[in-house]
Design a protein around this ligand. Structure first.
Ligand SMILES: Cc1ncc(COP(=O)(O)O)c(C=O)c1O
Length: 395
């Protein structure tokens, strides 16, 4: 939000705020954009698709001309699978940098594809580092590609993409990026972070509704990818070829979702683009984290790795705390939060993205305090062994 703007109105339809990593709270304008039906082959809809591709490419900055935008039907996972299947040659090998559920899912996807992989697994608390990428490639020259998760949404960790990209480029390998939950709020421009392809989806930081993902890929790599794909419907080269030729999607497009997304992109630009969106989310996170700490909660991550996307909090040790009840009490006050997705400790997550601002985040903290009081939780501190584990693993 630009300085001086009034706070966002409450969701106009009276529904609770979604403090989740997407689907998330969208504006009434985005919802309204879905009220018209579109013929998928019609010139008006083809113009929407062209506008969507042009606007997304523009977010890449000075090097946008070397890239192509290929939307793909389905949720983000479909887009990740399409990217991996299209850009990883059948005789290629990928180094998957994993520190949470989405890194693990990418590795599982590569196994499904039957392609070679090796994994660096950093657990839930720590980011993969540039020097680890350099060492892994030096030890295994068969590696052709590296897959990095930009924001690992399962913990909220913001991975150090610049040093990972630099290490990958220095070794002459290609970088694929899952920027599902970061693109649109955190800068990702190929002149500073060289990459072959990245993937994101409609219902994250651009604040659209779910229904498709999109891949931004270097044109030379896309041209060279012909014949790589394992799947008819997830072949990005084929989707691109048809879109270039006809302006249409290869198979039925999510027409209403595309129309909503154009509106979301317009609002994104009006707000001030990536820097302004990132600044709003950062302010949301700072208010949330400070407020939750004031009432006794602790974050899973060390401060320097906290993303402005979503924050994981340890569940309190107090036996009166029960997540299902906490969730219900939060919902009753108008806030839908998110369960944890960690392997080791009990936790829950609160998202900072979507059509929400400082006033909403203050409301979230007040609601959390009221929920604790209602449950009879006097102390929201996490179990001592969870903190000890964090200290041990954070080094
Ligand atoms: C980093 C990341 N990758 C992949 C996905 C999968 O996207 P979807 O749930 O839309 O399939 C998500 C979803 O939140 C994500 O955050």
């Amino acid at each position: 939000m630009k300085d001086g703007n009034p706070p966002f109105p409450k969701p106009e339809l009276g529904e609770p705020y979604l403090l989740t990593p997407g689907p998330l709270t969208t504006s009434i304008e985005v919802k309204r954009a879905m009220l018209r039906d579109w013929g998928s082959w019609d010139e008006d809809f083809r113009a929407l698709t062209a506008d969507l591709r042009r606007r997304l490419l523009a977010l890449l900055g000075d090097m946008a001309d070397a890239y192509e935008c290929i939307p793909m039907q389905g949720s983000g996972t479909f887009g990740v699978e399409a990217m991996l299947g299209t850009f990883l040659p059948r005789d290629g090998k990928i180094l998957v940098l994993s520190n949470g559920a989405y890194g693990a899912r990418a590795a599982e996807t590569v196994r499904y594809l039957g392609r070679e992989l090796t994994v660096i697994d950093k657990g839930d608390y720590l980011p993969p580092r540039g020097e680890e990428v350099s060492a892994a490639i030096a030890a295994d020259p068969a590696i052709t590609h590296v897959l990095a998760i930009h924001c690992e949404t399962s913990s909220g960790i913001l991975n150090p993409l610049a040093e990972i990209a630099a290490a990958t480029a220095a070794a002459g390998r290609q970088l694929l990026i899952d920027s599902m939950s970061a693109f649109g709020a955190i800068d990702l421009q190929p002149d500073s972070i060289p990459f072959e392809a990245m993937v994101s989806s409609a219902n994250k930081c651009i604040e659209g509704v779910p229904g498709f993902g999109f891949v931004l890929a270097r044109r030379d790599a896309l041209k060279a990818s012909k014949g790589n794909a394992h799947s008819l419907s997830l072949d990005l080269h084929a989707q691109w070829t048809v879109m270039e030729k006809t302006g249409q999607w290869r198979y039925t497009p999510p027409t209403h979702v595309v129309a909503a997304f154009i509106e979301a992109l317009r609002i994104h630009q009006e707000e001030g683009g990536v820097p302004a969106r990132g600044a709003r989310y950062t302010a949301n996170r700072d208010i949330l984290v400070a407020g939750m700490r004031d009432i006794g909660f602790e974050t899973l991550l060390d401060k320097r790795w906290l993303s402005p996307i979503i924050v994981t909090f340890f569940s309190p040790a107090d036996p009166a705390f029960e997540f299902a009840r906490f969730y219900e009490l939060m919902k009753r006050q108008g806030y839908i939060i998110y369960p944890g997705k960690l392997t080791v400790v009990d936790s829950f997550r609160i998202g900072c993205i979507g059509r929400m601002d400082a006033a909403v985040m203050q409301g979230v903290v007040a609601a959390a305090a009221a929920a604790l009081a209602e449950m009879g939780v006097d102390n929201a501190a996490p179990p001592e062994d969870a903190l000890a584990e964090r200290r041990k693993l954070s080094g």
